[in-house]
Design a protein around this ligand. Structure first.
Ligand code: NAP
Ligand code: MG
Length: 496
């Protein structure tokens, strides 16, 4: 069994009260690791370490190329250890082999992107007003300082990298707190980072309870920024707590995204797409296509094919390379999803397929589709975060857009159509951060990802994602040619 320690100021240590917690494999309910449970004092120590490292300039003061080189060392370490990281991710999070392998690959790819971004100079020179002629204006992108990075359990390594990448590329120092459910790959990351030239104290990784050490990180006055991915509920708590000293925040929260199939879509492809959109990682995806909107003209054919294809999905051991559906993360989430299935029936929706638990060990639920449903039902409005898709019929593009936008969330969504122009015109009208056309889940390192409405604040990825971890500084330089000239102020006289 693996034993993991806290990583503070470049050293591995037990928590100050020696307490630990266990990590459980959701596929068989076996304990697979013992992990140090940080105390509030440990969190304060991690913040002090990051603060000291930031203020000393050991990271922000390095030449850009040097920061880039060290981040690339971390990328190489992830790639060298991809097999082990994949195996751990499967055991710790119930990710299928297919998903976990992809997660590790994409984590390395994203960090590689940010290692390159670290070397890019984003400072700009612009002209402005001056006493005489024009002034020189430098716009500098400076790191914010100490960033607390708090991640959820559905994409453990990937979420850690999505935050570490831009935060470190911009020159910040960090404290990463992964979800207790899935801390293993973040702890492995600490071991890998420790083998690189990363200066001590720049990256601190602490494990433990969100309500205890998470709250400390969010309220600690030495922390300048919080980057969070998780539920909308906790996002709101973080926003309130961070308001105390007006910390910068980026929140990636929940979703209830609409997956829209127009009447000119390729049915075979859009059915496969609907399954991928709704059931990838057992539906535990914030931007998953959980509301499936299908045009009435193709509805019957679509529903028949959907049911048939779902019946062929393989549920079971996530480590088996052929498995399509693994377990739900834990008992609590399993119970919550089963309750939503019960609620759907009570609300009058009908189960097209699925709806049951599978087996006696592990937290398995059949991929479930509700029909005879409408967008007002709770199963259509609330985030279930499990393998449950609600199918809703629509008559034209206007109605599809109206249903899609009738949600407190706005994170993802898709349009399936044989006509790009029509699909783009629907996409343009959706109040959501990402819209795929004839695809789902695929994100680009260079394109911003984030939520409208209650799905979040700020963006990850691309230049937008990097800027979330910077402060913009403006330096105005007025050239002095004629010392008798007064300031610009007062030179504008309105005509009578
Ligand atoms: P969660 O309960 O919100 O937890 C997320 C993280 O926040 C965990 O590390 C948790 O610690 C910590 N936390 C809990 N309470 C806290 C507090 N008061 N202060 C600071 N930190 C606190 O979410 P989850 O259950 O892990 O993940 C599922 C949710 O995440 C879903 O609702 C999903 O939609 C959302 N999600 C969103 C995105 C996105 O990009 N928008 C991506 C993935 C997931 P613990 O270890 O104690 O749990
Ligand atoms: Mg686990």
């Amino acid at each position: 069994m693996e034993k993991y320690l806290l990583y503070i100021n470049g050293e591995f240590r037990e928590s100050s009260d020696k307490k630990t917690f266990e990590s459980v494999n959701p596929a068989n309910e076996e304990v697979i690791a013992e992990i140090s449970k940080a105390t509030v004092q440990d969190a304060k120590d991690a913040v002090d370490s990051a603060r000291k490292a930031f203020d000393s300039g050991v990271w922000s003061g390095l030449p850009r190329e040097e920061r880039s080189r060290i981040l690339k060392q971390v990328v190489d370490k992830i790639n060298e250890n991809a097999k082990r990281l994949t195996e751990l991710e499967i055991m710790d999070s119930g990710s299928t082999f297919k998903k976990a392998g992809e997660d590790v690959f994409l984590s390395a790819k994203s960090l590689n992107y940010y290692s390159k971004m670290a070397a890019v100079d984003f400072d700009e020179n612009v002209e402005g007003l001056s006493k005489e002629g024009v002034s020189k204006n430098i716009i500098r992108r400076e790191p914010i300082g100490v960033c607390a990075l708090i991640t959820p359990w559905n994409f453990p390594l990937k979420m850690a990298i999505w935050k570490l990448g831009p935060a470190l590329a911009a020159g910040n120092t960090v404290i990463l707190k992964p979800a207790m459910e899935t801390s293993m790959t973040s702890c492995e990351l600490a071991r890998l980072i420790d083998q690189t030239d990363m200066p001590k104290g720049v990256v601190n990784i602490i494990t433990g309870s969100g309500s205890e050490i998470g709250t400390e990180l969010v309220t600690n006055s030495k922390v300048d920024k919080v980057g969070f991915t998780g539920s909308t509920e906790v996002g709101k708590i973080i926003m309130k707590n961070a308001a105390e000293n007006l910390k910068k925040i980026t929140l990636e929260c929940g979703g209830k995204s609409a997956n829209i199939v127009l009447d000119d879509a390729d049915i075979e492809m859009s059915v496969d797409g609907a399954i991928y959109a709704g059931f990838y990682h057992q539906g535990q995806c914030c931007e998953g296509g959980t509301r499936l909107l299908v045009h009435e003209k193709i509805y019957d054919e679509f529903v028949g094919k959907l049911k048939e294809k779902i019946s062929r999905m393989k549920i079971g051991d996530p480590a088996d390379k052929k498995t399509d559906v693994g377990p739900i993360i834990n008992k609590k989430q399993f119970d919550s999803v089963m309750n939503y299935i019960k609620l759907g029936k009570e609300e009058g929706a009908e189960v097209l397929t699925g709806g049951n638990k599978v087996g006696d060990k592990g937290y398995y639920i059949e991929p479930t589709v509700f029909v005879n449903s409408n967008n007002k039902m709770k199963i259509s409005q609330e985030e279930i975060f499990g393998p449950v898709v609600v199918l809703i019929k629509f008559k034209d593009d206007d109605e599809a857009v109206e249903i899609a936008n009738d949600s407190i969330y706005g994170l993802g969504g898709a349009v399936w159509s044989g006509n790009d122009e029509r699909a783009i015109s629907v996409a343009n009208r959706l109040r959501t951060g990402t819209v795929w056309i004839n695809e789902y889940h695929l994100l680009s390192d260079r394109a911003p990802f984030g939520g409208y409405k209650q799905s979040g604040i700020g963006r990850e990825f691309g230049v937008d994602g990097l800027k979330e971890y910077t402060e913009a500084k403006h330096i105005h330089i007025d050239e002095i040619k004629d010392r008798t000239k007064k300031f610009w102020y007062g030179t504008v006289v309105p005509k009578d």
